[in-house]
Design a binder for this molecule. Structure first.
Ligand code: FDA
Length: 393
């Protein structure tokens, strides 16, 4: 049986980063990945350019059963630390919007950087390998690998990610390991995901497929001002993905498609200044034409603005800036960017990611109940949590 100081399961963002950090400390590290290539989600992230962190990352950008849990890791390994690493590798990047940093070139540059860091730290990466059996021993953990070999690990790090996009290699392995060792797991659900609607609502959305607006979308106390997209399946775009992490079945979402504008007052002014215009024509100065026409038609605003009553203008205002609609569900893990929930943070040490009740066992990255907003936050969590465990395993 071959022995390692550290065995890490899952060569995604968190696993690779943790492996390099532990290796730099002189630990012998075996990194196991059941897929054919490491960092597949990095490769497809950010439309192939990887939004690798966010300039404004701080604990309030994360959801968790314990909102304070992420504080320690995020402050010990920050977005500035990761940017400095990216700069050392000469990877060009730019801020797209809202602090989101993307590679100028390709997400593959981030994967190559992580592989180079691991190589310099003598990490052994074994692809096409999963764990067939796992036992706790006095020395740590004994693992039977899918290829038949047996390995022993003083520390075992679970970095198998969440459930999203199963066809890219997501498994429930991390949650199973937690359960096996009595580490609690909170309820999981698809997040950062497009929302779907009942047939009657969808019928009204579909003709607008392809229309994009800047919107403020609210669910309860949460609200996001970003782009929203009508699609053939429902609503998508950054504002919808963001709110999907907060929305729950049975709740309505409230959508403002001309945020910050008093549409009633604007229409009243237009009624006196441009009374001969059709309401749809005027609305198309605020909204995409197809959407403006739809809103005017639905409100029965057929004549000229001059003929429109205050009641009608209020109806138009409500349709533009207070569209209350009840999603039926989401597109689920098939398209979700992340999994909300996971290994219960109350059972982990926030400084090291160690399971408090199982010496030598660690959970990092998305498998943990820490979920970031859209826009580089989830990778920052992978780097910060991976780094934290990497200092102690
Ligand atoms: P990750 O999922 O990256 O890695 C887990 C690894 O474990 C995988 O390689 C998997 O194959 C492996 N594995 C699973 N089960 C195993 C088993 N039983 N045995 C062995 N190996 C196993 N975030 C962000 O900040 N910016 C962005 O631009 C994007 N964009 C984006 C686009 C899309 C399409 C998706 C789906 C997601 C994003 N994300 C993102 C989210 C981000 O990709 C995600 O939060 C991180 O990849 C999580 O990193 P982890 O290392 O925890 O898991």
């Amino acid at each position: 049986m071959k022995s390692y100081d550290v065995v890490i399961v899952g060569a995604g963002a968190a696993g690779m980063f943790c492996a390099a950090e532990a290796g730099k400390r002189g630990r012998s590290v075996l990194l196991l990945e059941h897929g054919a290539a490491p960092g597949e989600k990095i490769r497809i992230s950010g439309g192939g350019r990887c939004s690798f962190t966010n300039l404004h990352a701080s604990p309030q950008n994360f959801l968790s059963g314990n909102p304070h849990f992420c504080r320690s890791a995020l402050s010990r390994y920050t977005q500035r630390d990761f940017i400095a690493l990216v700069d050392r590798y000469g990877i060009a990047w730019h801020e797209k919007t809202l602090g989101q940093l993307f590679c100028d070139g390709s997400a593959k540059q981030i994967i190559e950087m992580l592989l180079a860091e691991m190589q310099a730290a003598n990490v052994t990466l074994q692809l096409g390998t999963s764990v067939a059996d796992l036992r706790k021993s006095d020395e740590g953990f004994d693992l039977s690998l899918s290829r038949g070999d047996e390995v022993r690990a003083a520390s075992l790090v679970i970095a198998t990610g969440g459930k999203s996009i199963p066809k890219m290699g997501a498994t429930g392995f991390g949650y199973e390991v937690a359960q096996k060792f009595g580490v609690p797991v909170t309820e999981t659900r698809a997040a950062l995901v497009p929302l779907t609607f009942d047939p009657a609502t969808l019928e009204r959305i579909v003709p607008l497929a392809g229309v994009a607006v800047d919107a403020v979308v609210r669910a309860g106390k949460a609200s996001f001002k970003e782009g929203m997209l009508f699609t053939h399946r429902g609503l998508s775009g950054p504002a919808i993905l963001q709110i999907s992490s907060y929305w729950r079945e049975g709740d309505e979402i409230d959508i403002a498609m001309a945020p910050g504008m008093d549409v009633f007052e604007t229409l009243r002014r237009a009624r006196s200044d441009h009374g001969k215009q059709a309401p749809a024509t005027f609305l198309s100065t605020i909204l995409p034409k197809r959407l403006a026409q739809r809103i005017a038609d639905d409100a029965g605003a057929t004549g000229n603005l001059a003929d429109a009553s205050d009641a009608l203008l209020r109806k138009l205002d409500a349709a533009v800036n207070h569209w209350r609609v009840k999603p039926q569900g989401s597109e689920g893990y098939r398209t979700a960017e992340v999994t909300l929930g996971g290994v219960d943070t109350h059972a982990l040490d926030s400084k090291t990611m160690a399971a408090k009740s199982v010496p030598g066992l660690y959970f990092i990255g998305e498998v943990v109940d820490v979920t970031g907003w859209l826009g580089g936050y989830n990778f920052q969590w992978a780097w910060s949590s991976g780094w934290s465990a990497g200092q102690v395993v």
